[in-house]
Design a protein around this ligand. Structure first.
Ligand code: DGP
Length: 113
């Protein structure tokens, strides 16, 4: 998608701090970190949110999910981490390209929202 921010980041048209990449997904540091480690994992193929995950191949979906644990290990998140994927307006999704937030490096609040 030409005008999608995260598609443009994946394409290298907008700079980002890469954390991980494979054939199917790309991960980079969030511009507005909410925790000492805050990484976004996105599929390279454009889908709007988790509600459209069935449009991804099994390989792409699996790569995104498996990337999360790889990145957590790479980032040294031995104490655990939180994974969030906001979907739609009620969840305050601001970028309509599926992404998984990985948050770690501090104790998370026990309330999720
Ligand atoms: P969400 O609200 O779940 O759609 O999260 C979108 C996240 O994307 C938000 O935490 C901030 C991040 N973000 C927005 N624009 C940019 C950008 O240009 N670069 C990077 N690295 N992150 C961005």
């Amino acid at each position: 998608m030409d005008n999608c921010l995260f598609c443009r980041i994946v394409a290298g048209e907008i700079p980002s701090t890469k954390v991980y990449e494979d054939e199917y997904c790309y991960a980079f540091r969030d511009i507005n970190p909410q925790a000492p480690t805050h990484v976004l994992v996105v599929p390279k193929q454009h889908v709007a949110n988790i509600g459209e995950a069935n449009q991804l191949s099994n390989e792409a979906l699996r790569a995104c999910i498996e990337a999360i644990a790889k990145i957590a290990a790479q980032e040294g998140l031995t104490g655990g981490y939180r994974v969030i994927s906001n979907c739609g307006p009620d969840a305050c999704q601001s970028v309509p390209h599926l992404h998984f937030h990985i948050l770690g490096g501090r104790q998370m609040a026990d309330q999720m929202a």
